[in-house]
Design a protein around this ligand. Sequence first.
Ligand SMILES: Cc1ncc(COP(=O)(O)O)c(C=O)c1O
Length: 400
Amino acid sequence: MSTFKRNTSKHGLSTEIVHSKSLGGQDFAALPVPVYRGSSTFFENTAAQRAPVDPLGLDYSYGLHGNPTQYTLAKRLAEIEGATHALVCPSGLTGIVLVAQACLRTGDHWLIPENVYGPVQALARSLHLDFGIEFSEYDPCNAETVLSAIRSNTKLIWTEAPGSLTFEVPDLKSILATAKAHGIRTGIDNTWSAGIAYKPFEHGFDFSVQALTKYQCGHADVLMGAVLSNNTAAFSDVERKNRILGLCVSPSDCSLVLRGLLTLPLRYTQQAESGLLVAKALKQHAAIEQVLHPEFSECPGHAFYKRDFNGFASIFSVVLNAEMTDAQACKIVDSLKLFKIAYSWGGPESLALVVNVPDSRKRRLAGSDGKCGPILRLAIGLEEPADLISDLMQAIDGAI
Ligand SMILES: Cc1ncc(COP(=O)(O)O)c(C=O)c1O
């Protein structure tokens, strides 16, 4: 029950309601970070309102440009990954777009790996067509192809570790050394490691992008991304682009991700261990040619993974035998009872997809006969691994 003092103000009711002195909960302390809402952000006086914009975007000037819920999330993400600067943005893909647009001008060139998250290839093609920004792809399994692809106008080297769908781990140390020697900015899509299993700033990256949609959210109910950096000049370019584009994330969504962070290490590790059990069981099945998981020694770049990472995610792919058809692969996925057919990963439910990998990349995976069957991608959730394994086994056995 609450007892309040009677209001004795002389103002009219509408004025009283708008100018109420009863602001929300300053002396209320609890674990959750409050959801701060507000488009108009009040200034103390005109001098504060006219002060120059903070290039790192940490002032309160307008709701679009940040509020305490968003800044707290950004700060906690920076603490996890060892960054000095961070911003949150509407999706993981937006984070990559922001880095590319902040670093590249017409006539510049950037490098992306062949096994990059698909929409980044689409982004590179679009930046080329619309703005004359050149790009080329390098072989993530051969760091020397980075060196040979560098041009005098190369301004950004993008990496992803491991690569999407096929999970090859690049030699990040050597790529970074090449980039530093040429004064080129570097960025990594570090979503797979959730900022836990790989620390990009200890190795010298300029940017890390996280799709918070995956493990940080952890409950498959938020789309969000983050750009992190400890290069102040590089980060302020991203922050400026973020403001120009008018991007903003909902404080309610930030509060869901803040809640997700509290259980992030537990979920990440548990899902990873479950995923590895499932991957090991699948390896034994005669219908499966190869399991693409960085923990396995046959995974391309396994030695780099062992050198640079201290953990792994719960997403991996499975290459079926060359005799298996696309129809059989679809039958496997359609017969699964516990796995949902869906994009994304990092949530409580396990997901499965038949994925399209270009032939050029498939050839790298293929056995000595040069053949390789359809590929399934599995993202393992929080279910019992034994249940997932028997579900997969019944689906594969039923399809062969
Ligand atoms: C490796 C990787 N990076 C980035 C993204 C983009 O994340 P979002 O869906 O939040 O845009 C995804 C999404 O699946 C992804 O797999």
